[in-house]
Ligand binder design. Sequence first.
Ligand code: HEC
Length: 166
Amino acid sequence: MRAGPAAALFGAAALVAAAATTGPATAGDSAPEYTVVDGYTIPEPLTETPGDPVMGRKWVINRKLGNCLSCHQMPIPEEQFHGETGPALYGVGDLYDAGELRLRMVDPKVLNPYSMMPAFYKTEGLHRVRTGFEGKTILNAQQVEDIIAYLMTLKDTSGARAAADN
Ligand code: HEC
C-alpha cells in the first residue's frame, strides 16, 4: 500500500476502533487499490515491500484469515483437514505468474462470476460479509503479497499424492 504517514496513522486508529468493538479482529484495508489489466491479471504489486513466503504460508493456514485449506489441498502436512471445493494448489506457482495469482486473490469473480472463492481484497459488491469485516478487506495488502510469494514457491506436484493419502 502506498500510504503516507497520515494514512498510516488513520490505519492505526481504524484498527484500534475495530479492536474495541470486535476483539482482536484481523481487519484488512478499507480502501483497496488495484488495477486489473486485460481482465486476467493485476501485474502491479499491492505493496512496496515484497511478499514474504514464510508469512504467506502462515496466512493460508490461519482459519480467521485465508482459511484456504477449507477449500484447497496444499503441501501443508501438519494441518489435518484440506478441503476439495477448489482445485489442489500443488504446482500452482508453475501454472500462473504473480499477477495472475494476485487477481485470483483480490477478486476471483473477475475470472468466474460464479466463483465460490472469497474476494480477499475487495470491499464492494460482497455478500455475507462477516461481522467486523464490513467495509474492510479480509486480508490486508501485505498479507495478499505474502500469500502470492508463498504460492509462487509451489512448483512441485509430486507431494500431492502423499498428502491426499493423509
Ligand atoms: C470457499 C472456498 C475457497 C476458499 C476459502 C479459497 N478458495 Fe481458492 N478457489 C476456490 C475455487 C472453487 C476455485 C476454482 C476457480 C473458481 O471457482 O474461482 C479456486 C481457485 C483458486 C486458485 C486458482 C487455482 C487453479 O488451479 O486455477 C488459487 C491460486 C486459489 N484458489 C488460491 C486460494 C488461496 C491462496 C486461498 C486462501 C487465501 C483460497 N484460494 C481460498 C475456492 C476457495
